[in-house]
Design a protein around this ligand. Structure first.
Ligand SMILES: Nc1nc2c(ncn2[C@@H]2O[C@H](COP(=O)(O)OP(=O)(O)OP(=O)(O)O)[C@@H](O)[C@H]2O)c(=O)[nH]1
Ligand SMILES: [K+]
Ligand SMILES: [Mg+2]
Length: 525
């Protein structure tokens, strides 16, 4: 919970960009009025619980509960006796912090009470706060919503904060922190700036055209690819370009090259094969192989719990068993599946059908073979049909990756699996002894970084379908800009493109979208 304070310090040091300023004013009114309060740390018995307030009556509430009744210095912890303002009954000796707005998490006056975490203390303090006039319990996400309304966070940062609270793996935490730090939002601001400049130029040309006072030479200069020429009467028309660009309808200014660079950047971001979304929700990792290869043993080993039944009987696993796991720091949905073989009873056949269906959805296939049984017909068949053609297309359209694991290495003679010419690159493992597990985890980390994107490096990832939707909308609008037949249409296309970027950062977002995003939060955040 302490990062609430860090976020606050970080925000206070940074000014909002034009896109954010605009959207915060669009969201105005959300946070005004009542003063809210809530338990911001987790429920249940604990060492310390943090209770927060936000709103104009925060200082009054703090004075009402504490003795002495003066406010502590801003942003500096003080030990105070808390008592019930109605009865004077002592409630706890607590650390109190006073954050006068606008230099607070929400931008409003805020108070934090760090009380002892017993349920009676927490409920006593919450009841005491509820008795102070002007205070009411907060709704889920209301603190963050107020921070958004006051321009302290843009929408991508709000999403980053929600993701950080829910982050279960190291990679998710890194990604969320980067988004909370505003990297994606900043990128949008830079892109929007490019569009604003381009729009200013197009609008200037529209005005010049109307005034009929523009020299032809002036218009044609600087047009790096296409350009406009003045027709008789001062009407602007596209001049034919010898350039390779599909359209010759770009206004004549160096801003054009920036707009084209923006198109390339948007396209690159959209071609990320949904890595960021996988990082948020978990990559689909499917364990497959012939019967008895040790698939279930591997799933249990990787998930560190007995998810699947392991037995020497081939055909033990029938249904697809899915479990969320932290694989080398990356979030994954690990699926155990039935061993692939033909000519068995109807129940197992159904299991095999389900296994094949699940394989199609995999981002990463972990193909398991019994290292001591590579020459058997089931192993050969599996190698020929799944492993060698491996790396197909998942149903999501992205390329599947495949990792071949030779299990039961403990059964091999010291010289290894013996000559096996057609064997692709593989790892040796023993689920029984654990030998080779570290190497497998290391390789999984590399594979999953490719599937989910590495949050430590590279450009900010698009973690939500919403991000893709608006970037695609922006890109589509830019294609209309290029193909526009007159300047008015070109200007309108630029406005639409810019609006998509503003929506991404939360400007002019409809209430429903805001509701969906803030619903991810708990009460007290
Ligand atoms: N020696 C040895 N035995 C193993 C190893 N891994 C698994 N086994 C054994 O191999 C047998 C089959 O293991 P399972 O994990 O049930 O194999 P599976 O691939 O899930 O089998 P099905 O679900 O029937 O397709 C069990 O008796 C395991 O104890 C290993 O590394 N070494
Ligand atoms: K088995
Ligand atoms: Mg099994």
């Amino acid at each position: 919970m302490r990062w609430g304070l860090w976020t606050l310090a970080a925000r206070a040091a940074r000014g909002p960009c034009s896109l954010c300023t605009r959207q915060s004013s669009a969201a105005q009114g959300l946070g005004s009025g009542a003063t809210i309060f809530a338990l911001s740390s987790g429920q249940g018995r604990c060492g310390i619980a943090v209770i927060r307030t936000s709103g104009p009556s925060s200082s009054h509430a703090l004075r009402s509960l504490t003795a002495p009744r003066d406010l502590p210095p801003a942003r500096s912890a003080r030990l105070r006796l808390l008592s019930d303002p109605r009865s004077g009954e002592p409630l706890d000796r607590a650390l109190v912090l006073w954050f006068p707005g606008p230099h607070s998490f929400t931008g409003e006056d805020c108070v934090e009470l760090h009380v002892h975490g017993g349920p009676a203390v927490v409920s006593g303090v919450l009841q005491a706060l509820g008795s102070v006039p002007g205070l009411r319990p907060a709704e889920a996400g209301e603190f963050t919503r107020r921070a958004f309304a006051h321009g302290k966070l843009n929408l991508t940062e709000v999403e980053g904060l929600a993701d950080l609270i829910h982050a279960e793996t190291e990679a998710q935490r890194r990604q969320a922190l980067r988004q909370l730090d505003g990297e994606l939002g900043q990128l949008c601001c830079d892109w929007a700036e490019t569009l604003t400049k381009a729009l200013a130029h197009v609008e200037a040309y529209i005005d010049f055209g109307e005034d009929d006072n523009l020299e032809e030479g002036v218009l044609e200069q600087g047009g790096s690819a296409g350009g406009w020429k003045v027709q008789t009467g001062g009407i602007l028309a596209p001049k034919v370009s010898s350039d390779s660009l599909p359209s010759a309808c770009l206004p004549p200014h160096t801003a054009d090259s920036k707009v084209r660079a923006l198109e390339v950047a948007l396209d690159t971001h959209l071609r990320d094969a949904r890595r960021g979304q996988r990082l948020r929700s978990g990559a689909h990792v499917v364990v497959t192989g012939p019967p008895n290869a040790g698939k279930s043993s591997l799933v249990n080993l990787l998930s560190r719990k007995p998810v699947s039944i392991v037995s020497p009987e081939p055909g033990t696993t029938r249904d697809v068993l899915e479990t969320p796991v932290d694989l080398a720091g990356f979030p994954a949905l690990l699926s155990d599946t039935a061993g692939l073989r033909d000519g068995v009873g109807p129940v197992e056949q159904e299991g095999v059908r389900r296994a094949r269906e699940r394989l199609e959805q995999a981002d990463l296939i972990v193909a398991v073979l019994d290292a001591s049984d590579l020459a058997s017909p089931s192993s050969r068949n599996f190698l020929d049909t799944v492993v060698v053609p491996g790396g197909g297309q998942s149903s999501g359209g992205s390329t599947q990756r495949l990792l071949l694991v030779l299990n039961k290495s403990d059964l091999l003679p010291p010289q290894g699996p013996g000559p096996c010419p057609a064997l692709p690159p593989h790892l040796l493992l023993s689920c029984l002894t654990g030998e080779g597990l570290d190497g497998l985890l290391e390789t999984l980390k590399t594979e999953l970084a490719a599937v989910c994107g590495d949050p430590s490096t590279g450009p900010p990832l698009l973690t939500r379908a919403r991000h893709r939707h608006h970037l695609q909308g922006c890109l589509d609008a830019l294609s209309h800009y290029k193909g526009a037949e007159d300047l008015a249409l070109a200007a309108e296309a630029l406005r639409v493109a810019r609006r998509h970027l503003a929506h991404l950062a939360g400007g002019g977002g409809t209430e429903e979208i805001l509701d969906v995003i803030f619903r991810d939060f708990c009460v007290g955040k």
